[in-house]
Design a protein around this ligand. Structure first.
Ligand SMILES: [Zn+2]
Length: 62
């Protein structure tokens, strides 16, 4: 299993619990870290529908 990590800096203003809530309710638009396709992720482990690779979503707290 080759997990890419995707860092969500779009939600940097939110802190982990809130950010996770947003992710699981609305989803967050990002580019796949593997194939760069635009996708909407809605869970912390997501499989890209374009390249079928799984990746782990992490929030960037910087
Ligand atoms: Zn992909």
């Amino acid at each position: 299993m080759n997990f890419e990590k995707l860092y969500l800096d779009k939600v940097e203003q939110a802190r982990s619990k809130k950010a996770k809530e947003i992710l699981e309710t609305k989803g967050v638009d990002v580019n796949c870290p593997n194939c760069d396709s635009k996708i909407t992720v809605n869970s912390l482990n997501y499989e890209c529908p374009h390249c079928n690779k799984s990746f782990e979503v992490e929030f960037n707290h910087n």
